[in-house]
Design a protein around this ligand. Structure first.
Ligand code: NAP
Length: 290
């Protein structure tokens, strides 16, 4: 059963983005710039921001990291974002989620200018995504669709079952696959007979955050399985490791294609963030010069 190696696909994608970045620098005399805002000290967020900065560096995208205290107010954070919105040298703004519970996430995200919304999560971007209007798409969902297109030249008519309905992953990937003419089923914690629903699918996208939730009994022979989950579990040895929502060894024996964790969707999310940043930068410079 072939493995869809997201890391390799993301590496290739980033080579193309690097060339686009070089052309941008040559044309406009400045670097595409991404502002990354991290509030508090969530350990996973520290790693995610570090990975994004590292990828940006490889590509030639400038990153500005703002590490802010967990006790800051929503209005203080909003003011910071508005300053970045007004700064024409900043082309993309990302607020690393989750924010501390004391902050109003939706209002804060909606403070980001849609032109700089490289994470694709503002109400305006989501509205455009819903309508099928061109926009900067949520990175993980975009990464998943890109991976699927590497193994399916035509997604039209495929039945995709998506486990999870979060804005950031499940709902967004569902909409994007609908725009690709897939038949979609969104499954969530109140759904019944999840294994039976999945068993009918040509494509299963697992984004529930439950280690090894999907086993071979969920999967139709030859189906494509995309594992979005990232969970840290303790091993018998006392160390910990990252696992996905799919029991890879079990499902491998029946799936047609499968993504690993790590090395599957994760690198694509970062790659698509870089793609959105160069696209946002190009769009802003074009708008400025017309
Ligand atoms: P989330 O906001 O917690 O959403 C989880 C979704 O799973 C919810 O819709 C929930 O249903 C559903 N769910 C939970 N338990 C379920 C069950 N037993 N049966 C069916 N559905 C169930 O999580 P998320 O942000 O979407 O992330 C999901 C996973 O993907 C996490 O492991 C996260 O770390 C990972 N992730 C990975 C990347 C990447 O780049 N690889 C990016 C983002 C997220 P309800 O809506 O009914 O509560």
């Amino acid at each position: 059963m072939p493995i869809i190696r997201g890391k390799h696909i993301a590496d290739k994608m980033c080579i193309a983005i690097k060339a686009r970045t070089q052309a941008f620098v040559q044309q406009y005399g400045k670097h595409p710039t991404l502002a990354l805002i991290r509030v508090g000290n969530d350990p996973a967020s520290i790693i995610y921001v570090r990975n994004k900065v590292q990828r940006a560096q490889e590509i030639g995208i400038c990153s500005q990291v703002f590490e802010l205290p967990a006790d800051m107010s929503s209005s203080e954070l909003g003011t910071r974002i508005k300053t970045l919105n007004a700064n024409s040298d900043v082309h993309g703004i990302l607020v690393q989620l989750p924010l501390p519970a004391s902050l109003d996430t939706e209002t804060i995200i909606d403070t980001i200018s849609p032109q700089k919304d490289v994470d694709g999560l503002t109400t305006i971007t989501q509205g455009n995504l819903f309508r099928g209007t061109s926009c900067l798409k949520p990175c993980t969902a975009q990464g998943i669709v890109t991976l699927l297109k590497t193994v399916h030249s035509d997604l039209s008519g495929k039945h995709a079952v998506i486990l999870g309905r979060s804005l950031i992953v499940g709902r967004s990937v569902g909409l994007m696959l609908l725009h690709e003419d897939c038949t979609i089923t969104l499954v969530h914690s109140r759904s019944h007979d999840i294994a039976a629903l999945c068993k009918r699918a040509d494509i299963v996208v697992a984004a529930v955050g439950k280690p090894h939730f999907v086993t071979r009994s969920f999967i139709k022979e030859g189906a494509t399985v995309i594992d979005v989950g990232i969970s840290r579990v303790l091993c018998a040895s006392g160390t910990s490791k990252i696992v996905g929502d799919v029991d890879f060894n079990d499902v491998s024996s029946v799936a047609g294609f499968i993504t690993p964790v790590p090395g599957g969707v994760g690198p694509m999310t970062v790659g698509c963030l870089m793609q959105n940043t160069i696209e946002a930068a190009e769009n802003q410079m074009k708008a400025h010069h017309t």
